[in-house]
Each structure stands twice: as structure tokens, then as C-alpha cells.
Ligand binder design. Structure first.
Ligand code: FE2
Length: 297
């Protein structure tokens, strides 16, 4: 397989693989190695059934169905349909998902290893996903800041801390009361060694992080905002424009990402699968933070 670098410091694309058929162990190992090295892997020209897509995803680890279950694919709940199309007045998928920098499932005890999107139809204009390299962002911090944040543990829950109005297009997708009840408070270290590569990365400093264990709320939010502003500077970003039949896979432990808003009348449809990390010793740090009051979501 030949991999071509994307126009940024990370990410590669290839047209040399057809994932509709099972890959041999050696071929998959090569793909997986490239994925963890490049952080963002684009597989061009894929034409997949739901079953073929899920079978490929399972090679990376266990899929975790999204808490928003009303848009699960009818053939397989591991697929979440992202779409702005509707039929008979009913939406066919989740629109405007994640249009702020975040890390998938950082609000869960076992967060996402990888997220994949298969593009079925792309809008005429826009629809890029922005990615921010959190290895480079960590490396780019002043030493004094690295020392300050080394022991710190952030408190996470479902949501976007920058947008309180849950009906905003840049809020996290609204949950039903039943879905909210499933979402506990979770903690993750701010500097999180990558579970596979071991390299240090800033972890989910924007999106679901709402506080820091043992720190006053105003001080914690100021620090998280400072880190998020640092971590999303243009020098750490790549903006990916989808083509039809792309499968795009990203490494949630080393990247932040943000969807970009599109014209609601410009159709787009993607299938998303989210792969959990296998449990690691990092989980020992992930405990409920009982003194932290959950704001309204
Ligand atoms: Fe996301």
C-alpha cells in the first residue's frame, strides 16, 4: 500500500485498499501501524454495505453505539447516521453533530480510540472536518506550563462547555432526559500518554472538560480555555474536505476535531462508527468527582 501525506503535519491517504473484503492480518497490521503513526487515515473510493463497514471497524476494536440512539442505522446500531436529509418531515440522521473542538467519548470512562466516517454524499460547499494535533500542541507548550498541568485531572461530562444553549447549532447534540441520566461525571488526565504510542498529548481540553479536580471553578475554566486556545492554533490544524466514498479514520487520543456547519438545504450524509479503547491502566484515574455539580446540559 502506498500512503500519500495530506497537506499538513499529520494524516495520510491511500487508494490502494478495498475494505469491502476482509483484509489479511498482514495487510491490516500495515494499515493499523500507518493509522497510529499518521493519526488521520483516509481510504479513498470505498463502496460499503453496513455489514462490510462494521466488519472492517471491528478490526480496530469494539464499536460503541452512540448515546443518541434515534439515529442508529436500522441494520446495525454500531453505525450512527449523520445527515441533514429528512423524509415526511422527519430527520433521517443527526445534523450539525460536533461543530466545536472536542474528542469523541471523552465523557465516557473508556473513551474512543478511533472514529470513522464513511461519506455517502458530500455537500456542494464546505462540510470539512477540522483536526488539531494534540501531540504537537503538548510539545509546543512552555516548560512551565508542562510542569503545571502534569499532575492535573480534568472533569468531563457530555456537552460543549462553551455553549450553554443546547439548541444552538454549535452545542452538543441534545439528549433526552433518559439519555442524560446515563451520563456520569468522568475524569481524565489533561496530559494523557497515548495508550498505544505512549507519546504525551493534551487530552480533550475543549469540548467535554468542565473543571479540574481540586481547583476552583473559575481558575479551572480559565486554564482549560488557555489550553484550548493554544491547542487549536492554525499551526496545529488540518481541514479535511470529503469526497464521496471516503472512509476517514482519526485517532481520538492525539487529535481534537470539529465539524463545520453547512447549509441545511445542501444534502450531506455520513455513516459514523466509534471504536472504544481497550481498557488500560489509565482507567484507574477515571473516577467520579462527587463534589462537582453538574451544570444543566
Ligand atoms: Fe466528534
Amino acid at each position: 500500500m502506498k500512503f500519500k501525506p495530506l497537506s499538513s503535519g499529520f494524516g495520510v491517504e491511500t487508494s490502494d485498499v478495498d475494505i469491502s473484503r476482509p483484509l489479511g492480518d498482514d495487510a491490516f497490521a500495515e494499515l493499523e501501524r500507518e493509522f497510529f503513526q499518521a493519526q488521520l487515515l483516509v481510504l479513498r473510493g470505498q463502496s460499503l454495505t453496513a455489514a462490510q463497514y462494521v466488519a472492517f471497524a471491528r478490526r480496530f476494536g469494539p464499536p460503541e453505539p452512540h448515546v443518541i440512539d434515534q439515529f442508529h442505522h436500522p441494520e446495525d446500531s454500531d453505525i450512527l447516521i449523520l445527515s441533514n436529509r429528512s423524509k415526511n418531515g422527519q430527520p433521517l440522521g443527526l445534523a450539525d453533530a460536533g461543530s466545536y473542538f472536542h474528542t469523541d467519548y471523552s465523557y465516557l470512562q473508556v473513551p474512543a480510540r478511533a472514529t470513522m466516517l464513511c461519506s455517502l454524499e458530500v455537500p456542494r460547499v464546505g462540510g470539512n472536518t477540522l483536526f488539531a494535533d494534540q501531540y504537537a500542541a503538548y510539545d509546543g507548550l512552555p516548560d512551565a506550563m508542562k510542569r503545571r498541568i502534569a499532575p492535573l485531572v480534568a472533569i468531563h461530562h457530555y456537552g460543549n462547555r462553551k455553549v450553554a444553549d443546547e439548541m444552538s447549532r454549535t452545542a452538543a447534540s441534545p439528549l433526552t432526559d433518559e439519555q442524560k441520566a446515563k451520563m456520569p461525571l468522568i475524569t481524565h488526565p489533561i496530559v494523557r500518554p497515548h495508550p498505544v504510542t505512549g507519546r504525551k498529548a493534551l487530552y480533550a481540553v475543549s469540548g467535554s472538560s468542565y473543571g479540574i479536580v481540586g481547583m476552583a471553578e473559575n481558575e479551572a475554566l480559565a486554564l482549560l480555555d488557555e489550553l484550548a486556545a493554544h491547542a487549536t492554533q492554525p499551526k496545529y490544524l488540518h481541514s479535511y474536505p470529503y469526497l464521496p466514498d471516503d472512509v476517514v479514520i482519526w485517532d481520538n487520543a492525539s487529535l481534537l476535531h470539529s465539524a463545520t456547519l453547512t447549509d441545511p438545504d445542501d444534502p450531506r450524509t455520513l455513516w459514523r462508527i466509534t471504536i472504544k479503547e481497550p481498557s488500560t491502566k489509565l482507567d484507574a484515574l477515571e473516577v467520579l468527582a462527587p463534589t462537582f455539580a453538574s451544570p444543566a446540559m
